[in-house]
Design a protein. Sequence first.
Length: 386
Amino acid sequence: MKKIFFAIMLVCSLLALGAQAVHRFPLPQYMCPVYDGFAHNYINVSSSGAGNTGVAKLGGIDQVLHNPAAYLLDAGVLAFGVNAKPEVSSYDKSDDAKLSAPLPIGLIGVGKRIGSETGIAFIYSVPKSIRQEDFSVILGQGASILQRYPSYHLYQLSGNISYHRGAWHLGVNLHNQFHVLDDIIFYRTFDRVREVAYSLRPELGILYEAGIMNLGISAMPEQSLVIDTPYESYDSVLPLQVSGGARFSHQNRSLSLEAEFKQNSAMSDDYKDNLILRGGYEFRRRNNIFRLGLIRSVGAFQGHFVHPVNTTASADSTFIWDNIPTGGEIRETDQMIITAGYGFEHKYGSINVAFMQDVIGNAPMTQINLGLQVYLSTFKRKELLQ
């Protein structure tokens, strides 16, 4: 009888959302590409200022996350990066909640050449972070509030090996990904559902130097992912991602043009595949580097969605949820992001800052980055030891 009651309530809720088809998320809500516009962290500071380009750029350890073949440095290096994003209004029209990204640390890495043609690198990074502020349930006729902060963080430990010979550069990344979910939203339950899922994702990259032009491509194949929770089992995939681009350099100037394809439709027929276009410009004056860029992307989904429901809830507690939305409507999430950055190189390493701003989105993302790279040889200098 209880299941029939909940089924009727769910059908009524779906009818209230309108005649448009209702989407059920293929993975816990904030893991899905619907929220990538805010959840994605642009953790390579030097590249984020130049439109997040870097597939065809040879450079320091942070380039590994654009193309496994792009790490080319004569000395070992220690890299550290932080990124901050102010909270924005939720993409969900029916909810006044805010979205935030509370973890500022974006990247910590160390790398070194191990031969005349080979380099290795190890990087800790946080490619995605998002938290809803908050998903509250009122208890005791308003006497108290049960607060939930649904969140998703992707922690990544990456190992890289690259081979360089002449104009050719080859590389492989092994990304150990830990998907940490807290307070997963389920309708009609007071349980705090927390899950951690692991995935191992390989990434291959090639970069070729042809005079004033570099060409680069990297690919990360589709990977299955299963997440079992007490109320729903998700059997989905992490989609294929392919990036390619060209970098043109002349004297102290360079221009990068890139495209990235994400096969979001592999996760759900409701999702659109995404083609992200990026452009970046760099101008070098002695030890100073000035950067500008542009990123254009199209959102994966627009329309109604519904939260998964706990069908075993006690009928005595169902009235508490009467004022809680059973779902919502995702607004358009297309983005046009303008970027600017500055870098300064010195004998001990480099320091970079970047600013990014979405100018057309319904929940416009702003990100500020700071990055520092220090050559490992710095710690052996006599003047530092005295």
